[in-house]
Design a protein around this ligand. Structure first.
Ligand code: ZN
Length: 118
């Protein structure tokens, strides 16, 4: 018979969820406003549309970054948080067992010249 093991506490609310929602809302409103501006001012509105899209992108990334900061703060303090902490792909980094230098190649150490076994 198995037992359940708690990995972490998770919540569905919190300010990080609100910031994620605000980011999506800002993108939606920015696209609508850019489309309306482009249709209303077809000749002189290109700069306005570009600025609206730029501001939308900046606001989106700022709000998402704020949500991640809140998640990281809650995670580091053991508090429940919603969503996932954003991270890029995890790439393993290897070091040489002889000289502890970071390996750039999988065949040979650039620092001490030792051949790397598989
Ligand atoms: Zn080495």
């Amino acid at each position: 018979m198995a037992t359940k093991i708690e990995i972490r506490k998770q919540t569905s609310g919190g300010s990080e969820t609100m910031l994620d929602g605000a980011a999506i809302t800002i993108v939606f409103l920015g696209l609508v406003l850019a489309a309306v501006s482009g249709l209303m001012f077809p000749f002189g509105g290109a700069a306005a549309v570009g600025l609206i899209l730029l501001n939308t992108a900046i606001a989106y990334y700022l709000f998402r970054a704020l949500a991640d900061v809140i998640r990281l703060l809650k995670k580091s303090n053991g508090m429940p948080y919603s969503g996932k902490v954003a991270s890029g792909p995890v790439i393993p980094v290897f070091k040489c067992s002889d000289c502890n230098a970071i390996l750039r190649s999988g065949l040979k150490c650039d620092s001490c010249g030792a051949e790397i076994e598989f």
